[in-house]
Write a protein that binds this ligand. Structure first.
Ligand code: SF4
Length: 202
């Protein structure tokens, strides 16, 4: 939701305030969905041989990259884990792909079959997930976030510090307050752009 808000306030308003859902091509999500499901089963200790055989060639390639990833081989603590937290009167939440542990350090994993965010350290997903886990663990000094970039076969590691988490909380609170004031009258006008909402964009 926050990514939509960041990309276009109008789109956010139409989607999440007016509740207008526009159809999108499902194919771009399918591949990611299969890999996420398989990863969850695998880390939960389920025998995934049958699922592996059902993967297409592209999915197999991605799956092998994930299985060989350093962070994916740490000890799993939770998979597909939903966490929520409150700042002031605003609720934030998300579903973490996996939480792993090694040497008293926690690692939130996020599998990306598409491109990872440009500014990973300050991406809303990073900020929300790290803050959520720090509140859940009541600890803010041994949490890391890892984007596993399966497209380029590399990992982006963000190490959280108490100061960084404090900065995240302040940024999240600010954006929530800003969204709370959003109305039809203060949306940006005349943007020369196109998206799935273009036909109803006023
Ligand atoms: S067409 Fe442009 S301004 Fe309108 S909702 Fe889409 S991105 Fe936003």
């Amino acid at each position: 939701m926050l990514k939509t808000y960041q990309s276009c306030k109008k789109k956010y308003f139409l989607h999440y305030v007016r509740n207008i859902i526009m159809p999108q091509s499902a194919t771009i999500f399918e591949q990611g969905k299969n890999i996420h499901a398989l990863a969850g089963y695998y880390l939960d200790g389920i025998n995934v041989e049958k699922f592996e055989k059902a993967l297409n060639e592209k999915e197999k390639d991605i799956w092998i990259k994930l299985k060989n990833n350093e962070y994916f081989n740490f000890s799993p603590i939770k998979t597909e884990f939903t966490l929520n937290f409150r700042l002031d009167k605003f609720w934030f939440g998300g579903r973490l792909d996996a939480i792993m542990k090694k040497n008293e350090e926690y690692y939130i994993l996020d599998y990306k079959t598409g491109n990872p965010p440009d500014n990973a350290e300050y991406d809303y997903q990073t900020m929300i997930y790290i803050t959520a886990l720090s509140k859940y663990l009541k600890n803010n000094s041994n949490i890391n976030f890892v984007y596993i970039d399966l497209k380029h076969n590399k990992s982006i590691l963000i190490k959280a510090t108490p100061n960084l988490i404090q900065e995240y909380e302040s940024k999240l609170l600010n954006v929530a307050k800003e969204i709370n004031t959003l109305s039809e009258n203060n949306l940006p006008q005349n943007r020369n752009c196109i998206c799935e909402y273009a036909k109803i964009c006023f």
